[in-house]
Design a protein around this ligand. Structure first.
Ligand SMILES: Cc1cc2nc3c(=O)[nH]c(=O)nc-3n(C[C@H](O)[C@H](O)[C@H](O)COP(=O)(O)OP(=O)(O)OC[C@H]3O[C@@H](n4cnc5c(N)ncnc54)[C@H](O)[C@@H]3O)c2cc1C
Length: 475
């Protein structure tokens, strides 16, 4: 198996449960991929994913199997805010992706302005076919509700969550069922409300006390107990068919040991690396894959600040702030007020101390087009984050209030579900199904987020096992 992010760990577990001998190779020193941890001010926090969507039961079921259910926690209900060129306002919570599922609130009318609000309401009068053929989120929302909704509500959301502008996001990839709901309900407002209503009442995300990194750690412990061979710090360089055993062969390189290489052999192949690496490796087995390279991942830098600032006790911006791309006085694209959002974070800190996490990489910076903030050194980024946090929270935070800080940079960890992505996924899956005894899993195929990755990985492994007449044993 190649890649020890959540997809790889979950796949390894289900294969081991079915009685197979499993080896999992991960290029980084730690397992977990985008679900990781870091230490700031002597406390451990999530360095990547910090919650999971509860719209499907799959992550909760996995957590239960690992004996972690008593750690499940939900965020503060205060909700997040949005920072627009004319200031901060409570965020939109009635729909999905920032698309409102209700246009009646005064706050929304104020956010959109009189003209923007009037244009948004045209959605209720327009025939359902308008926008129903749109490819991107931006195209759909603009056609139904106008530019103000795209710029003031949807762009801050998609840039904060997916690191991509609505015009670069495939609507079927990030909101499956939304266009179908538009056709059925007759308006985008009603469609967004119906998708929102399909999530369990009150909550749409949850986490674990200690953070989502606890899930990755528990998976690694479980795999060790099941005898899975866990190989960290090795890059898989190439893979090929093994003519001797009618199986697979992978070439591994250990950069830490002067690029020492080794070959591992196995009957089945699970490709759980990120999209760019997976396509590069699969192209070795079948050159046709080289045409299916996903668009480059957006690069993101996260600056976590621990500050002594009692003025933040009242959580002035709820659980955090999403930033409109039209804003010029703040460079962050989103900020989480972690100690206001999660009780376990607040409980881990002395009185008056707070944790905020700011993310940078507006425009989905890539190697070809890096966002300027991503070029800053860690120290420069921390200084910028302090200034941005003060503006976003509406509370002055001085350099002397800073207790500790850390910067984490993610380069290949987010997939880019741009226009045409779902068609590419279908082609990749068809290509993989033609390879003998192989599957490919991970967010670049399943969709970003732990809920999508866990559900899809388990379904792919179950299908692989079923095709070989093997059934996973119960826990
Ligand atoms: C900053 C950030 C915040 C996020 N927040 C959330 C959140 O709050 N909630 C949520 O649900 N989702 C969140 N996500 C998304 C979620 O974390 C991912 O969708 C999910 O973790 C992806 O898992 P994966 O196993 O598919 O990929 P990855 O985690 O990217 O794992 C792939 C692994 O393959 C390894 N690899 C690559 N190439 C090779 C090679 N050649 N040889 C060996 N190993 C290789 C990589 O090192 C990596 O560990 C966030 C993502 C990021 C980056």
């Amino acid at each position: 198996m190649v890649g020890g992010g959540i997809a790889g760990l979950v796949a390894a577990r289900d294969l081991a449960k079915a009685g197979l001998r499993v080896s999992l190779v991960e290029s980084r020193p730690q397992f977990g991929g985008a679900v990781g941890s870091h230490m700031v001010a002597e406390s451990v926090f999530d360095s990547g994913a910090e919650s999971f969507a509860t719209r499907t039961p799959d992550v909760a079921a996995l957590i239960d199997e690992l004996g972690l259910t008593d750690r499940v926690c939900t965020p503060n209900q205060a909700g997040s805010w949005v920072y627009l060129p004319d200031g901060a306002r409570p965020g939109e919570r009635s729909g999905v992706l920032g698309i409102p599922g209700d246009l009646s609130s005064d706050a929304l009318r104020q956010t959109l302005g009189r003209l923007g609000w009037w244009r948004a309401k045209q959605d209720l009068k327009r025939p359902a076919r308008i926008g129903s053929q749109a490819t991107t989120v931006g195209e759909l929302v603009r056609a139904r509700m106008g530019s103000a909704v795209v710029d003031k509500l949807v762009a801050p959301f998609t840039l904060g969550v997916h690191s991509l502008h609505p015009d670069d996001l495939d609507v079927d990839a990030v909101a499956p069922g939304l266009k179908q709901a538009l056709r059925e309900k007759g308006s985008l407002v009603a469609a967004a409300a119906s998708l929102r209503a399909a999530t369990p009442a009150g909550q749409n995300v949850a986490s674990l006390r200690g953070g989502m990194n606890v899930l990755a750690e528990a998976l690694v412990r479980d795999l060790t107990r099941r005898g899975v061979k866990l190989v960290a710090g090795y890059d898989v360089l190439a893979l090929d068919r093994d003519p001797r055993r009618d199986g697979w062969m992978v070439v591994q390189r250990q950069p830490e040991a002067g690029d020492k290489t080794a070959i591992a052999r196995g009957e089945l192949l699970v490709m759980a690396a990120d999209g760019t690496s997976a396509i590069r490796l699969l192209s070795g087995a079948d050159p046709e894959f080289s045409h299916l390279q996903p668009d480059p991942s957006p690069r993101v830098a996260l600056a976590t600040l621990v500050v002594d600032c009692p003025a933040l006790d009242s959580a002035p911006r709820g659980t955090g702030v999403l930033v409109s791309p039209a804003v010029t006085d703040v460079r962050a694209k989103a900020m989480t007020h972690a100690s206001a959002k999660w009780e376990w974070v607040r409980d881990a800190l002395p009185e008056g101390r707070h944790v905020v996490r700011l993310s940078y990489g507006r425009g989905g910076g890539t190697d070809a087009q890096p966002a300027p903030e991503l070029e800053l050194s860690d120290d420069q980024l921390v200084r910028l984050a302090l200034r941005d946090a003060s503006r976003l929270l509406g509370v002055p935070i001085e350099p002397q209030d800073l207790v500790d800080a850390d910067v984490v940079r993610w380069e290949q960890a987010l997939s880019r579900p741009s226009a045409g992505h779902p068609e590419r996924v279908i082609k990749v899956r068809e290509g993989v199904s033609r390879l003998p005894s192989a599957i490919a899993v991970g967010a670049w195929l399943a969709g970003t987020g732990l809920a999508a990755v866990v559900a899809d990985t388990r379904a792919q492994v179950a299908a692989l096992l079923a095709s070989r007449g093997v059934h996973p044993a119960p826990d």
